[in-house]
Write a protein that binds this ligand. Sequence first.
Ligand code: ASP
Ligand code: MG
Length: 416
Amino acid sequence: MQVFKFGGASIKDAEGVKNLASVLHKVGYNNTLVVVSAMGKTTNALELVIKNYFDKTSELQSSLQDVIKYHNAVLIDLFDNENHPIFQKISLLFKELKGFLNTNKSPDYNFVYDQVIGFGELISTAIISEYLNGIELKNSWIDVREYIKTDNYYRSAHVDWEKTQKLIKSNFKRSVLNITQGFLGSDSNNFTTTLGREGSDYTAAIFAYCLNANRVTIWKDVPGVLNADPRYFENAKLLNKISYREAIELAFYGASVIHPKTLQPLQRKEIPLFVKSFLNPENTGTRIGKEVMLDPMIPCFIVKKNQVLIKLSSLDFSYIVEENISEIFNLLHLYKMKVDVIQNSAISFSVCVDNIYNNLEKLLHHLKAKFKVLCHKNVSLYTIRHYNDKAISQIEADKTVLLKQLTQETVQVVTK
Ligand code: ASP
Ligand code: MG
């Protein structure tokens, strides 16, 4: 048994769907489950629909129309005959979505979000399943919500492993090619839930775990996991092998290749994870497993842009001690700041944060009552795993270093 995951970028248009079919043809699809995300940027587009719905703006209809038009264009490219039942099927799904928006009474943003956003994956999988059946790649479409059960923490639901395992063990048919939705689950009332943005990798891992799969493959537009993000670094190199632990570390520091929750279930059962190019499916790509820490053993670079460095010192030159530190952390927690790096000395405390929830001004206001505060906005945080001198000087060249922290395996540099 193997699990494949195709992300939105791989199926952003009819070409992408055809390429998915060609990947299946080239690498084989015996005992395969294919997990699929919403097409292209559909999830973002549906987020806009939800926002317009709650803001009661006049753009609600046009934002929904954009999503419909986009999918219709894909349908027209994929299916020559406009009488094909898939047109009817997709239009029914959109009808259901509109029906929900018209009748919904819940003021709960997160609940509504999950009910609406899930249509992205329901639609993409319906299209792909139908297309594959049409070209004799016989498959069965399954509704993931009948398998993955979660709590009702909408938008970031937690998997109920016991129920999920039971359902998958007793109802999942292994011998056929199955197509299902990533990212979605359902709660005990059968309302749609989601596992957090970019959660489809995690879906693949959940199934692999419950099915005791031999392998998971994530198909991407890059040759595999690289030692640096090619958008920011020249000469990024392919990593052939990475251990689970190393991959978890890389994800922790912000490498965006794999959804962080994905690795742990796989590690538990020692199921290898392959990251491969959907353009060159026969190439080996990257293998994440338990054996090799990193091959080749070269520095790995992770950059997080647009971070905030806050430096605190006491107003009266006294030491920064446990009491102040615990107060600082309470405030960071209160304002939902994602902490990247901390560094403290006797009289100062520096913290680099990601201002995801836009609470920075409130936090600073609160801190200024107690501390002398120095704040650098829009700084970059570079993390290098397995660094050497050359790697560090490469990062520091023509930048002002505001903070630097070295441990045995990792160096972190905050620069302006
Ligand atoms: N479509 C969802 C998202 O864009 C899930 C995923 O792509 O993994 O977040
Ligand atoms: Mg997506």
